[in-house]
Design a protein. Structure first.
Length: 112
């Protein structure tokens, strides 16, 4: 998912998950085999943290294919958020994705 694409979800929804392929600075999928991947999200710009370093599911480690499953508290407030994934590799090195911005998440107000 490029940083410019916005993920949209309705307030209080927990589906669909946020699916992302982590890509390095050359645009190639990042191999996260043996790594820990965490997701964080805050109100845009640089506001209150809504999700603080929560675990993600790794679907295909060698292809950088991951997803974050929402819980109700993540989407209970309509707003625009910026998210990122922090990868800690087996050698303890850390890399943040995307490295040139954020994943934009738009939680739209629910009618109810």
């Amino acid at each position: 998912m490029p940083p410019s694409k916005t993920f949209k979800i309705k307030q209080n929804d927990t589906k669909p998950p946020l699916k992302v392929v982590l890509r390095d600075s050359d645009g190639l999928p990042a191999d996260v085999t043996g790594a820990t991947v965490l997701f964080s999200m805050r109100v845009q710009p640089a506001g209150t943290t809504k999700v603080d370093k929560q675990a993600v599911t790794v679907n295909d480690a060698s292809a950088g294919d991951i997803e974050y499953a929402w819980i109700a508290a993540n989407t209970d407030t309509a707003d625009v958020y910026e998210g990122e994934f922090q990868v800690t590799y087996a050698d303890a090195s850390i890399q943040t994705f995307p490295n040139d911005g954020y994943v934009l998440i738009d939680v739209k107000d629910d009618v109810e």
